[in-house]
Design a protein around this ligand. Sequence first.
Ligand code: AMP
Ligand code: ZN
Length: 102
Amino acid sequence: MNDCVFCRILNKEIPSQFIYEDDFCFAINDINPKAKKHILVIPKAHIESLNEVEDLNLIKNLFSAIKKINKQENIKEFKTLINTGKSAGQEVFHLHIHILAN
Ligand code: AMP
Ligand code: ZN
């Protein structure tokens, strides 16, 4: 999706530093952090939101990545958040999980 900010980051059309990457997802620091550490874990596949997820293995893979990222970043206490839909606060319509830690 060439108008999707996360697809553009993945395709290196927008500069961003990956703090983690594997076959199915990558992670970046949120540009507008709402906690001391605010990381976004983003599947490489363009999936608009949680409502469009068909293969639940994707969720398992994302949480498995979160465990690795938290270990790497020395995060032990944290919140995870998925906004789904405009009225719930979703701004970027490419599925992502927020990790928030203070
Ligand atoms: P959401 O409101 O759940 O859709 O979250 C979208 C998040 O993406 C927000 O917290 C934004 O600050 C963040 N964001 C938007 N553009 C970028 C970018 N280029 N790099 C990093 N984070 C971004
Ligand atoms: Zn996308």
